[in-house]
Design a binder for this molecule. Sequence first.
Ligand code: NDP
Ligand SMILES: O=C1O[C@H](COP(=O)(O)O)[C@@H](O)[C@H](O)[C@H]1O
Length: 565
Amino acid sequence: MIMIDKAASKKFLPKKISLQSPRYWNVLNTQDAATASPSENVTPLKKLKDDLSSIASIKEVREATSFDSNEHDSTVSIIVVGASGDLAKKKIFPALFALYYEDCLPKHFTVFGYARSKMTDAELRDMVSRTLTCRIDKRENCSEKMEQFLKRCFYHSGQYDSEKNFAELGTKLRDHEGGRVSNRLFYLSIPPNIFTEVVKCASNSASSANGWTRVIVEKPFGRDAESSAALTRDLKQYLVEDQIFRIDHYLGKELVENLSVLRFSNLIFEPLWSRQYIRNVQFIFSEDFGTEGRGGYFDNYGIIRDIMQNHLLQILALFAMETPVSLDAEDVRNEKVKVLRSMKPLQLENVVVGQYKSHTKGGVTYPAYTDDKTVPKGSLTPTFAAAALFINNARWDGVPFLMKAGKALHSKIAEIRVQFRHVPGNLFNRSFGTDLDRATNELVIRVQPDEGIYLKINNKVPGLAMRLDRSNLNLHYAARYSKEIPDAYERLLLDAIEGERRLFIRSDELDAAWALFTPVLKELEEKKVMPEFYPYGSRGPVGAHYLAARHNVQWGDISAEHPQV
Ligand SMILES: NC(=O)C1=CN([C@@H]2O[C@H](COP(=O)(O)OP(=O)(O)OC[C@H]3O[C@@H](n4cnc5c(N)ncnc54)[C@H](OP(=O)(O)O)[C@@H]3O)[C@@H](O)[C@H]2O)C=CC1
Ligand SMILES: O=C1O[C@H](COP(=O)(O)O)[C@@H](O)[C@H](O)[C@H]1O
């Protein structure tokens, strides 16, 4: 067995990139940055911007600023393991094409699909071509670019536990690398029960001999603290932590990435970001479709593992963390871990679970969760959950952090709602009638769809009377920015290629996340807690409102009107 040479792999571990990445520098080359006010902090970057002022595309910036003098002599091979599957078709190949389209991929790159299905290169290209679209705002040379991209895509059929098949893949990769320094990124887009065998075969028989080898691991990372720790232990027989890129695609979403910018580069928010001014924070995820087609996977996990333990908890950690020492991956992840480890153990009494049932509306009958043939009859798996969490630290003591996630609800939305405290001794109390709660400020960060940030403020209605209403200071992305927002997988794939780990989950973060949810998940299962049934397409179980009310909270999305321009 050829173990990964840890010394060698360390040697090829990437440089610290973070804000040093040319991609991040390029931000300052945009029209918006040109309007940034001068400050000491900006000076070195401004200088860089000036130096780069004649450079137009991201690719040119990458080339002009490359730290790596060997970049032109090195190759990157991206191996999509499970290439015949849903995620590969839906997200990974389209994201790779988008990066190619934007000239963000290295000069020498190759994409290899790997799966058991028999396919020729041409058949893979045909499959991939059906999934590709061009940017809405930039359709020039689209078909030409697609053709060029597809020429870089290849396929190798093999078993997931066959070192021989991976060695064959390795040989093909070597042929394509043509003697250059070889860097290899394996994307495990396969069911989790085969992660370890694939990593074993890939590392033993197809890892790079002279460059880096990285592995992107899709969720789920286990289904509780023990299985997650076992998975990490198993992977670490073949990889060092720095080679493992645990993906949580919510961290790649534009508005989630913007959270730190909003907090740490605007003086007006950070001083308010604590128990002193914030009454509660809400993390809301809802989908207007059920688990159709994924019931088999979902029934073993449920909504708490599928959405809360990872996507929503990651957002919470970013929201609540202290200011990191820097934006380097380790500094940011250190702060996130501290938040997760400061959380009060989640009690069953602070959790509500639900499951959707069939509902007929406008002559259309929508199925119940258990109507899916891949779901066992009588399954108690929650398709909805709400939870009240608390952070036992000086900044957040006593502030309820509410989460709500559900499938087959009335809308598709993901948002963060920050409800501020009442204005003490408010002079305008009488102008609001009796519902003072409605007069508190609320900051809404709409992660998707129709990205935006708006702040609900009280405002005088123009006229001779002293009448107040609630209005929105509204940053609506579609109106403000003409550029299309990249898909989360684009950002994360590019980060993995560049060795930027900030948006990937470190093993101690994962342990802390599971430590928080595992006891309550076990209790739900052991006690066979009955989910509250809610009709497909509804707003979910009323239990979620009682839970919020017990913590003096009203869900902000209930009466929400979503402002646009
Ligand atoms: N689909 C999605 O939207 C999301 C998926 N994920 C995660 O990404 C990974 C891939 O997801 P997805 O593409 O939906 O998965 P699929 O079920 O489509 O599986 C991907 C490929 O793996 C192979 N495969 C499937 N089942 C097995 C099995 N039991 N044993 C061995 N090989 C198998 C198949 O390829 P072949 O038969 O050709 O070898 C299949 O095409 C999973 O870990 C999933 O949890 C995460 C977030 C969202
Ligand atoms: O990880 C998952 O995310 C999707 C939702 O992702 P989005 O980017 O479309 O919001 C969810 O549907 C799926 O159940 C879950 O596994």
